[in-house]
Write a protein that binds this ligand. Structure first.
Ligand SMILES: [Zn+2]
Ligand SMILES: [Zn+2]
Length: 138
């Protein structure tokens, strides 16, 4: 098989793994998921492919948690909750109202705002249930 085809097969695998996940994995997470199936896969290949998919608009970088970018192949408009305790990134619905409000503020201030980049910080259900205090309020 030609190197170019191997490259695109891995690229498809990275995209499919991202699409199958709702955990907003990091490049490292995807690497560990795919490595058993693609023994010659390198972390650099995962990074390179993610970067080009982000540039092409197929994938969105939705958060940076503890220094690691987190990715989403579900590009329809939605916001994210980042858990301050465990680093989980959860999907939140992006209502028409919030989306329109972002557009209104952008217009008013002469800015460009991507409502998909909206991030809220708090605690996921399991951290909240286990009684972790939200660190910001400590
Ligand atoms: Zn959590
Ligand atoms: Zn998401």
């Amino acid at each position: 098989m030609e190197p170019a085809q191997r490259f695109s097969r891995k690229r498809q695998a990275i995209y499919d793994a991202l699409m199958a996940s709702h955990a907003h994995p990091s490049a490292e997470d995807l690497y560990h998921t795919l490595k058993p199936h693609y023994p010659d896969l390198s972390l650099g290949t995962v990074y390179r492919n993610l970067k080009s998919m982000v540039a092409g608009g197929d994938v969105v970088c939705v958060a940076n948690v503890e220094g690691k970018d987190r990715f989403d192949a579900h590009v329809e408009p939605h916001a994210h909750l980042v858990c301050r305790n465990c680093g989980a990134v959860l999907d939140l619905p992006m209502t028409q109202v919030i989306s329109e409000e972002c557009a209104r503020i952008a217009e008013e201030r002469g800015l460009s705002i991507d409502p998909r980049s909206l991030r809220l910080f708090g605690l996921c259900i399991s951290c909240k249930d286990r009684g972790f205090p939200d660190p910001i309020w400590q």
